[in-house]
Design a protein around this ligand. Structure first.
Ligand SMILES: C[S@@+](CC[C@H](N)C(=O)[O-])C[C@H]1O[C@@H](n2cnc3c(N)ncnc32)[C@H](O)[C@@H]1O
Length: 220
């Protein structure tokens, strides 16, 4: 029995990737095409995409909500695994990032089933709620600006159906959440957010040390 998650050495990380991640050619193409972008570190790691893809299948996702599209890594992982009658609502503030994602949604053949909303996600979420979308999503992925996480989370709790899943990315915040010397606004807000989710009886959670840390919150 192992009683503690192993630290990931470079060797073990390499082995882990080699024996788990199976990228679709379009995922590889997207990763290679965008690797030179200044902000490429914002993209989800391939192992996170792999988990998203599996969850889509397990949960039989028909409606997926993404907050923070960037160049489309996570939405491509999800879209490639959705059934043909499923749809995506994708929220992104910057059109120039979403345009790259759209190229890949198109190549993958599901762009006609993506409702992309450009603008501040808080506003797009309010719009969705006012359109009567509460309880209509099976899966939501929160991966945009961290100070708004509490608002995104509360909105997702209304938009995701009971028995659905909310996934929250970057909960380790580069590992800074566990380092006392970091007391900047972003680190503090992530600590507060993690504490709030941990204590929230409306969800059942698992926090995974994958990528920059991901919390999976099952909506009770
Ligand atoms: C970490 S990246 C998302 C990565 C993406 N999920 C992927 O797999 O590549 C965060 C994205 O959120 C967007 N963003 C930041 N603040 C936002 C806001 N207030 N409203 C909507 N999108 C926002 C950024 O422009 C950026 O593209």
């Amino acid at each position: 029995m192992t009683q503690k998650t192993l630290p990931l050495t470079e060797d073990l990380y390499h082995y882990f990737i080699q024996h788990s991640v199976k990228e679709h050619p379009l995922q590889k193409e997207l990763r290679e095409d965008t690797s030179d972008m200044v902000m490429s570190r914002m993209a989800t790691a391939p192992e996170q995409g792999q988990l998203l893809a599996l969850l889509v299948k397990l949960l039989n996702v028909k409606r997926y909500l993404e907050i923070g599209v960037f160049t489309g890594g996570s939405s491509l992982a999800v879209g490639l695994n959705l059934p043909s009658d499923a749809s995506i609502v994708a929220l992104e503030r910057r059109e120039e990032y979403a345009e790259i994602a759209q190229v890949f949604w198109d190549k993958a053949g599901f762009s006609d089933r993506v409702d992309l909303r450009i603008g501040p996600a808080v506003e797009s979420l309010a719009e969705l709620e006012s359109e009567g979308a509460a309880g209509s999503f099976d899966l939501a992925f929160i991966d945009a600006d961290k100070p708004h996480y509490p608002e995104y989370y509360e909105s997702c709790l209304r938009l995701v159906k009971k028995g659905g899943l909310i996934i929250i990315d970057n909960v380790f915040w580069h590992g800074n959440v566990a380092k006392e010397e970091f007391d900047d606004k972003d680190t503090e807000s992530m600590r507060e957010f993690n504490k709030m989710v941990y204590e929230d009886e409306r969800v059942q959670i698992a926090m995974l040390p994958l990528g920059d840390g991901m919390t999976l919150a099952y909506v009770r």
